[in-house]
Design a protein around this ligand. Structure first.
Ligand code: ADP
Length: 443
């Protein structure tokens, strides 16, 4: 008990004793002490009941309590009630201010934010940016069905995926078909979802410009390079023997530039596509071709083995898959010293899919480089890559081709022991093997 409350308590006890003493004194004077004492006690009880009623009335009236001025327990109780009411009001004011600040921040965000009821899929709240980005208007779309409000966006299936919904990237805005959006669904409580839409028109335009620029430059470089390369081929080093080493170097460099341009064009072509032809890819001839290519590149310096254990074919683009696989085979040969081993294996996976793995016993790749190895022009060792005639684009092409086939690239490597690059295809990509494949063996 606080000192003030203790004082009030003793003061009230004192008052009670005083009233009873006065009652007793009057009773003694009148010669009938008990009735007088009883009347005094009843008066005290009645007074307390009256005060209690007052407190109950003030509490039920839900009015702002006036700060009490008197003393005694009832005043002390009033003072405590007044204090807790004032504290509660201050807390409420603070919470309201915070809520307003959050709302103002959410409303001012450049991204569109929509709060959706998870069960009914209805719009509960949206910020200002939802109007220009998604075409939502207040109050028309308040409590409207999200799928209907954002037509023609294909949201029904996306919402059905709920927590597992992948972000929708580069979709046209329902408010303005020229605007491109990225949409994300964030389930932030049991009942509520947050739909966040970001305007990526500028980023997409820049990305297109970058892609077109690279493709155009590569295309423009192709002709002059072919001419230079052609003339270099025509020059006979036997005629000017002192130029022979320079000519050989010039031919090697122009060959490298040609390869760079071809790889850049291949990457641009792949980037510009959303999907590839879905044709049966005969794996037996594919593996035979990969063996031939590996042996031609190795020139007998490596032990090359090919194992076809899957007994299935794939669904996808024969041309692009061949380009990806042969990039992996070429890397395995180029980054494995003479006397090493290169094993190509096509086998089923435990998940029902299949994978084509290229294993080598070569230099290996330090673990720190693995996360970035498929970026374009990323090399573990520049000199080794150049020596081996690499452009730094091979694995970027592999990753793109596999992405277009919804397949993944798994890389395991140990320095000094070798590496394994495995292309994993899901069960949906497998076809029963045709014993008489129509697709001829690749050249
Ligand atoms: P590059 O044309 O330089 O070979 P890639 O994109 O094919 O470009 O490969 C990127 C880098 O990854 C290479 O420079 C090399 O350092 C490393 N790398 C790729 N495959 C292997 C491999 N089988 N063994 C060791 N290192 C490899």
């Amino acid at each position: 008990m606080s000192p003030a409350a203790r004082n009030a308590w003793f003061r009230t006890l004192g008052q009670l004793a005083l009233v009873l003493a006065i009652g007793l004194a009057i009773g003694l004077l009148l010669g009938r002490p008990w009735p007088a004492l009883t009347v005094a006690a009843l008066a005290v009880v009645a007074w307390h009941y009256w005060k209690l009623r007052g407190v109950l009335l003030r509490l039920t009236a839900r009015q702002r309590l006036e700060p009490p001025t008197g003393e005694g327990v009832w005043n002390e109780l009033d003072r405590l009630l007044h204090r807790s009411q004032a504290e509660m009001r201050a807390r409420k004011r603070r919470l309201l201010a915070m809520l307003r600040a959050y709302r103002a921040a959410a409303a001012a965000l450049p991204d569109a934010i929509v709060v959706v009821d998870r069960n009914t899929q209805r719009v509960l709240w949206f910020n200002e940016a939802a109007t220009p980005l998604l075409g939502l208007h207040y109050p028309r779309h308040q409590d409207a069905s999200l799928v209907a409000a954002l037509q023609p966006l294909p949201l029904a299936q996306w919402l059905a995926a709920g927590r597992n919904a992948e972000p929708l990237t580069d979709v046209a805005s329902p408010a303005d078909p020229g605007m491109r959006l990225n949409l994300r669904l964030i389930p932030y409580s049991e009942e509520l979802w947050l739909l966040v839409a970001r305007d990526v028109t500028r980023t997409m335009r820049l990305e297109h410009m970058r892609r077109d620029f690279v493709a155009n430059v590569s295309h423009e470089l192709r002709t002059p390079l072919t001419v230079v390369h052609g003339y270099l081929e025509m020059l006979d080093p036997a005629e000017i023997p002192e130029w022979a080493p320079m000519l050989a170097e010039m031919q090697r460099q122009s060959q490298r530039m040609n390869q760079l341009v071809e790889d850049l064009l291949a990457l641009s072509r792949l980037e510009a596509r959303d999907q590839l032809p879905e044709e049966p890819v005969a794996m037996a001839p594919m593996l035979a071709t990969l063996r031939r290519e590996a042996e031609a590149l190795s020139q007998g310096r490596h032990r090359v083995s090919v194992e076809d254990a899957a007994g299935v074919d794939l669904l996808g683009s024969t041309k692009e898959l061949h380009s990806a696989f042969s990039n992996l085979v070429s890397n395995a040969i180029r980054y494995t010293p003479a006397g090493g081993e290169v094993a190509i294996r096509f086998a089923r996976d435990p998940d029902g899919g299949a994978s084509l793995a290229v294993r080598d016993s070569g230099y290996g790749i330090p673990a720190t480089h693995l996360p970035r190895i498929t970026e374009r022009f990323y090399r573990v060792s520049n000199s080794r890559s150049r020596e081996s005639g690499g452009t730094g684009l091979g694995l970027a092409i592999v990753k793109h081709v596999l992405g277009l086939h919804h397949a993944s690239l798994d890389i395991a490597s140990e320095v000094g022991k070798g590496s394994t690059f495995a292309c994993r295809f899901g069960p949906g990509r497998l076809l029963p093997r045709d014993p008489t494949p129509e697709t001829p063996a690749l050249p």
